[in-house]
Ligand binder design. Structure first.
Ligand code: FAD
Ligand code: PHB
Length: 391
């Protein structure tokens, strides 16, 4: 048997940021990850960091490369009806900004920092189960390098994503709220120069498209597709043709093309469990909630959860005060539901559901025009997009 203060299940953004914050607060933790380091570092996902996420990574001392390579954006573009409309994120929010820096890179920086500190982070663990979560000494059991291990702790942080084992272990204590969407995103990475300095969210008769980037030489783009889309039906030429169509402008526009080196389909779902805790098990990030990616919030929300959890644990270990831990779920859920609303709103405004009726299409267009022409409505989009202030 081994022991620690906090057992962290999952080395995604939630688990790794939590481990880092706890280290800085003098709380001991062990991080357990199912996959290999290469796998975790190679997983292509989100790309937009809110300013509060950047500030937190800064304070955690893991933002040096982020500041060097991340791309700071002060606006985004909405494109529809053959016209482009800029939302001045910074101008509308008192100077707040977003940073485009791949989740993969954030994860690499956090893993490097963890390993450098010599603190425990175990990859390729298997048979992970949690036990005694209603007691003051819960445990995580797992197999590592051929040995069965029982890790006793004070608190388990369930940071193991949507398909992890922590949420199912306390399912009977949770209520689920969810919504599935009748579409998904086909995402690509390509060696091409960005065709715009800012992200472009397009609503086109053929469906939604997003133009994003990872560096001055690499673009990330998405196309609305069917949830069961067969990638074999999407040779590179078709992807480019469809992207060119969905980003077209009356005044003319041509997207820079290049070699596509990654292609995948991401399903879309909204999902929340309440509460986000049971006994001494606390869920954070995708283990507790999923948002459709249209608001670029998944990663930011995961980081916001663990910031709350780290503060609560600091008080718990500092003075034995459990008030922060008791209020964890309640405190997180306020932000979670705001972000759920924003993500769902952006999704419904920008996608074309299959069989959309003409009345609905007109309402969508009216909403887009309002968001782009009213100061109040653009401010609503901007302040949600750059992210709510830290609590
Ligand atoms: P995760 O990143 O899922 O990390 C959980 C970790 O736990 C993983 O490393 C997993 O291997 C590990 N794990 C699972 N089970 C166990 C176990 N039993 N024991 C130990 N470890 C375990 N958001 C956006 O904003 N934009 C996007 O474009 C976007 N694209 C996405 C594409 C995909 C395919 C997915 C799944 C998500 C995407 N997201 C996107 C959402 C965003 O990436 C997530 O919100 C973010 O990764 C959440 O971080 P997390 O640490 O909570 O969970
Ligand atoms: C990305 O760059 O991967 C990205 C950007 C904005 C989103 C989602 C994903 O809304």
């Amino acid at each position: 048997m081994t022991e620690t203060q906090v057992a962290i299940v999952g080395a995604g953004p939630a688990g790794l940021v939590l481990a880092r914050l706890l280290k800085r607060r003098g709380v001991e933790a062990v991080v357990l990850e199912l996959r290999s380091r290469d796998y975790v570092e190679g997983r292509v996902r989100a790309g937009v960091l809110e300013q509060r996420t950047v500030d937190l990574l800064d304070e955690a001392g893991v933002a040096e490369r982020l500041h060097r390579e991340g791309m700071v954006h002060q606006g985004v573009e909405l494109r529809f009806g053959g016209r482009s409309h800029r939302i001045d994120l910074s101008g509308l929010t008192g100077g707040r900004k977003i940073t485009v820096y791949g989740q993969q890179e954030v994860v690499k920086d956090l893993i490097a920092a963890r390993l450098e500190s010599g603190l425990p982070l175990h990859f390729e663990v298997s048979d992970v189960t949690v036990a005694d979560v209603e007691s003051e000494r819960p445990a995580v059991r797992f197999t590592h390098e051929g040995s069965e291990v029982e890790l006793r702790c004070d608190v388990i942080a369930g940071c193991d994503g949507f398909h992890g084992i922590c949420r199912p272990a306390i399912a009977s204590a949770l209520r689920v709220f969810e919504r599935e969407y009748p579409f998904a995103w086909l995402g690509i990475l390509a060696n091409a120069k960005p065709s715009s300095e800012e992200l472009i969210y397009a609503n086109h008769a053929n469906g939604f498209a997003l133009h994003s980037m990872r560096s001055p030489e690499v673009i990330r783009s998405y196309l609305q597709c069917r949830p069961d889309e067969d990638l074999d039906e999407w040779p590179d030429e078709r992807v480019w043709e469809e992207l060119q169509t969905r980003f077209e402008l009356d005044e003319g526009f041509s997207l820079n093309e290049g070699e596509i080196f990654d292609k995948g389909v991401t399903p879309m779902r909204s999902f929340v469990v309440e509460p986000m805790q049971h006994g001494r098990l606390f869920l954070a990030g995708d283990a507790a909630h999923i948002v459709p990616p249209t608001g670029a919030k998944g990663l930011n929300l995961a980081v916001a959860d663990v910031e709350v959890l780290a503060s609560a644990l600091e008080s718990f270990y500092g003075s034995g005060d459990t008030a922060g831990l008791d209020a964890y779920s309640e405190q997180c859920l306020r932000r979670v539901w705001r972000v759920q609303h924003f993500s769902s709103w952006m999704t419904s405004m920008l996608h074309r559901p299959p069989g959309q009726d003409p009345f609905e299409a007109k309402l969508q267009l009216s909403q887009l025009e309002y968001v782009c022409s009213s100061h109040a409505a653009s401010t609503t989009l901007a302040e949600n997009y750059v992210g709510l202030e830290r609590v």
